[in-house]
Design a protein around this ligand. Structure first.
Ligand SMILES: [Zn+2]
Length: 549
């Protein structure tokens, strides 16, 4: 009898759903790797006493089964394609694969092609990577659908060009232990890249298919500000919604006089908040709230300040949440509340206030992004005192555990390498890392040596556009410190990406660059696919590694 079904188990809650020997956390692939490297069965049994000889044989049989099922002969002559080997998959007698032909990537199908549209070549249907074909493929291959990721440690890998997902997956595989959000774009980014929320999900879908990523991944409709934003993203089946109520934060209340705060407090929309001034006072003033190893205490002024600064934002978030709940209907979703782009930092006391008031209004969320202390400028490392950051972050993390648990979200604005170890240490796994523009910069790094002319054009445009394009960003670059294209030899071009000022210049002008050179850039990355993935992998491993225990 084939011992396989009884001895190998795949459980999404054990080892990320990797095939394991039943009742253990020992990967089948680990056993096969031992055998391949010449380790004998006896030695394996000594090393892992919980295994039996039958388990080892089951692992071999499982490997044989997988190699039979995953192998399919797609001859290059018949299809005229280069086939991405990991993409080849057979389901119910139909084979699906991603190939590359003279016109770019295509989906190939041999077998039942109902629901797909393309052109036939011999026995293969070659389908363009359209939204309809992506939707049809998601219905056949469930791992291509974005999923909920819960409280697992997660990393959001924004991909503004729509071609970075395979590179992100290479890095995720190398590091292990993290679940990704592979589709993630804000409305601002959608406007600047000319992409729709659906295209962002579809591009991630194709990347997941190309790389055969079988672990769960999410789709983040990032920094949503209006209910209309919510609607288009629900339409595209996002699983994670980041509500950004920054425009409703009263930053002046951060420094207002007590008299000014009193006036503002009285004028708060109490009806909509389902609250009364004295009731709110009664819940906070004079109470001590224990948070693991410290307590938070509100005096009258602190409460007025927190309420005036954040109540309108809290109310807006609750409205967005209710709208989202209604729009999503039966479909589950995860919510992030994000005030990270407000002009003033969120103190631990204010974080506690926001969380307890959101809870009172019935909002449920999976992660929250305060605005941390120090400067989170785009494209460069943290600017500020790391010891102070750690003390502040530790309090935020403790509040997230006690009031939640929910994850603390760290919108890095790219490359906050010096704070990652601190965030990982203090959040103890309850953390979501969000990066976006860093992939764009790595795309530029990939093309600098192979398409120096294009890189020079983008650098020249960055110099021209920086003054205008920086308006909505936290940056402090001095363009005069960034060399002009004609001051650099080809071999020096990518060095601009290692300069503080150069990174910011290129980071915030991506919208202008894509408008002018988007097609060329995408074509260049397509022609130098491996270099692109390699640059992303090298860079993303640095982002992800600190968060792996
Ligand atoms: Zn953000």
């Amino acid at each position: 009898m084939n011992p396989l079904p009884q001895r190998v188990s795949i459980d999404p809650n054990v080892c990320f759903g990797k095939p394991c020997i039943r009742g253990t956390r020992i990967w089948v692939s680990l056993i096969l790797d031992f055998l391949a490297s010449g380790t004998g069965i006896e030695e394996i049994l000594v090393e892992y006493p919980q295994l039996t000889e039958e388990d080892v044989r089951a692992a071999i049989a499982y490997g044989a089964k997988m190699s039979r099922e995953r192998y399919v002969d797609i001859s290059a002559e018949a299809t005229g394609l280069h086939v991405y080997p990991r993409s080849v998959v057979e389901v119910d007698g139909t084979t699906f694969f991603l190939g590359r032909g003279p016109e770019g990537k295509v989906l190939g199908i041999i077998g039942d092609t109902e629901g797909f549209s393309g052109t036939r070549r011999e026995e293969t249907l070659l389908c363009p990577l359209t939204a309809a074909n992506a939707a049809a493929l998601r219905s056949k291959l469930p791992w291509l659908r974005p999923q909920m990721l819960g409280l697992k440690t997660t990393a959001g890998c924004g991909d503004r060009l729509g071609s970075a997902t395979p590179g992100h997956i290479h890095a995720l595989r190398r590091v292990g232990g993290l679940l990704p959000i592979l589709a993630q774009q804000s409305m601002r980014e959608n406007a600047r890249t000319g992409r729709t929320p659906q295209e962002v999900v579809d591009d991630a879908t194709w990347g997941v298919f190309q790389e055969d990523w079988r672990e769960p991944w999410g789709a983040d409709a990032d920094h949503l500000k209006t209910t209309q934003d919510v609607d288009v993203c629900v339409e595209a089946d996002y699983t994670f919604y980041t509500v950004d109520p920054r425009d409703h934060v009263d930053n002046a209340a951060h420094t207002d006089s007590v008299d000014a705060l009193r006036d503002k407090f009285d004028a708060l929309p109490w009806n909509d908040l389902l609250d009364l001034p004295d009731r709110l006072r009664g819940r906070y003033v004079g109470h001590r709230f224990w948070i693991e190893t410290f307590f938070l205490e509100f005096d009258e002024t602190a409460l007025l300040r927190a309420a005036c600064k954040y109540e309108a934002a809290i109310l807006h978030t609750a409205r967005m949440y209710r709208h989202l709940t209604a729009a999503a209907g039966e479909r589950p979703f995860e919510l992030e509340v994000s005030v990270d782009e407000a002009d003033t930092p969120t103190s631990p006391l204010e974080h506690f206030f926001i969380a307890t008031e959101l809870r009172r209004l019935g909002v449920e969320w999976i992660s929250l992004a305060p605005r941390y202390i120090g400067r989170f400028e785009k494209g460069v490392d943290y600017i500020g005192d790391l010891a102070q950051f750690e003390a502040d972050f530790a309090q935020h993390a403790a509040i997230a555990r006690v009031v939640g648990p929910y994850k603390l979200s760290l919108h890095s604005g790219s490359d906050k390498f010096s704070v990652y170890p601190i965030a990982a240490r203090q959040a103890k796994g309850l953390v979501h890392l969000k990066t976006a523009g860093t992939s764009y910069l790595e795309a530029l790094r990939a093309i600098a040596p192979v398409e120096p002319g294009l890189f020079r054009s983008i650098l020249a445009l960055a110099h021209e556009q920086y003054g205008e394009d920086k308006a909505t960003y936290h940056v402090s670059a001095d363009p005069a410190k960034v060399p002009l294209p004609d001051e650099l030899a080809d071999s020096q071009l990518s060095g601009v990406l290692d300069l503080f000022d150069g990174r910011q210049l290129l980071h915030v002008t991506y919208g202008s660059a894509l408008e002018e050179y988007g097609e060329e850039l995408v074509a260049a990355l397509d022609a130098h696919e491996e270099e692109h993935y390699q640059a992303l992998e090298t860079h993303f491993v640095k982002h992800l590694q600190p968060f792996v225990a």
